[in-house]
Design a protein around this ligand. Structure first.
Ligand SMILES: [Zn+2]
Length: 236
């Protein structure tokens, strides 16, 4: 809204510009960063069409999760089980791998998401979470899981001029001795947050095929590259 002509940026895969830290949408000279948590909240509440008015280059991080988005969007609509659009069938399994990072979709009778991460830090380690794609599943198991990072990385990013608004209020931060700002909302909150990111990134498809989505150690870049391949498969 703060740019001349108030340009419209479509929330589609054609506009995706994956970055290291978040998913960015770019259309012409307009760009907006960190769209994934808000997009996940809209998808989780079954909202397929919305106009988001925003000033500035980044969606507010809030507490690092989609909790507040879900709360305010739920006040504006009657929540139903998320569907986005009629769900296409997945003709066959699809896998995208980069080193030991992987994203897959397997044909299934309903939509389900599974995520695993593995960090060589005892506070995080190897952790997993799965949930069924229903409004309750999304709202109760995934929406309030906060983003996480490492204290050393936070300092480095600040030095690069990024995450200027970042603080201990909008991310779980892990130091050498463990979490700097506990308590966690779930024992496996980081794995659940990766599910939130995956849902937000895949929502750029506009609809999820009936599939079990599975990811391990993936990134926004891999999520969105996978979504592009999935879109091609569904349109072929
Ligand atoms: Zn995130």
């Amino acid at each position: 809204m703060d740019l001349p002509g108030q340009p419209l940026i479509p929330a589609t895969l054609a506009a995706v510009q994956p970055t290291q830290l978040s998913t960015e949408l770019v259309w012409g000279s307009a760009r907006v960063r960190t769209v994934e948590h808000l997009l996940a909240a809209l998808a989780g509440l079954g909202v397929g069409d919305a106009v988001i008015e925003i000033d500035g280059p980044e969606v507010p991080l809030l507490d690092g999760s989609a909790k507040e988005w879900v709360e305010v969007i739920a006040l504006a609509i009657a929540p139903s089980s998320p569907s986005l659009a009629p769900m296409p069938q997945l003709p066959h399994a699809l896998t995208l791998q980069d080193g030991d990072a992987i994203v897959c979709a397997f044909p299934a009778s309903s939509i389900r998401f599974t995520y695993g991460i593995d960090f060589p830090h005892p506070a995080i380690g190897n952790q997993w979470h799965s949930f069924d794609w229903t409004f309750e599943g999304f709202a109760q198991e995934v929406a309030s899981a906060r983003t996480f990072g490492f204290a050393a990385q936070v300092e480095q990013l600040r030095a690069m001029g990024l995450i200027q608004g970042g603080s201990l209020d909008n991310a779980l931060v892990c130091g050498p001795e463990g979490w700097i700002n506990p308590p966690l909302r779930f024992a496996n909150e980081p794995a659940r947050h990766k599910l939130l990111d995956l849902v937000g990134d895949l929502s750029l498809l506009g609809h999820f095929p009936q599939a079990h989505f599975f990811a391990y150690k993936a990134s926004h870049t891999l999520h969105t590259r996978f979504a592009q391949q999935l879109q091609q498969l569904l349109e072929s």
